[in-house]
Design a protein around this ligand. Structure first.
Ligand SMILES: [Zn+2]
Length: 114
């Protein structure tokens, strides 16, 4: 499971910060990922809760900021935000489009710690 690995990576980063900055408890973690990055937030939250037990991150709430998916159309030369990737430009109907944003990997934006 993809999310198990992601949860572990987040925890490793948090523990590095905890060592460096000396905080004792993480209240919440703000994460971001692209709309099309195949992430299941519920699965990640669950994997995180299990793995965070006994660490500074135990009980921390995960918050997610989803980055929009954007295509560039080579017909009308526009960049448009899309909800689903059909391979067709929603502006002009052209078929020569390229996904330019939306597949960003999970990353930590900020943490609220004590
Ligand atoms: Zn277009």
């Amino acid at each position: 499971m993809h999310e198990l690995y992601l949860a572990e990576s987040i925890l490793n980063i948090i523990q590095d910060y905890a060592k460096r900055d000396g905080f004792k408890k993480v209240n919440s973690v703000m994460l971001s990922y692209g709309r099309f990055s195949c992430m299941e937030p519920k699965a990640l939250q669950f994997a995180f809760e299990v793995q965070a037990a006994g660490t500074a991150a135990e009980g921390a709430v995960l918050e997610f900021k989803i980055m929009p998916a954007v295509i560039h159309c080579f017909s009308c030369e526009k960049d448009l935000e899309i909800k689903t990737h059909t391979g067709i430009c929603p502006g002009c109907g052209g078929g020569e489009v390229m996904l330019t944003a939306g597949t960003e990997e999970l990353q930590i934006l900020e943490m609220d710690v004590d």
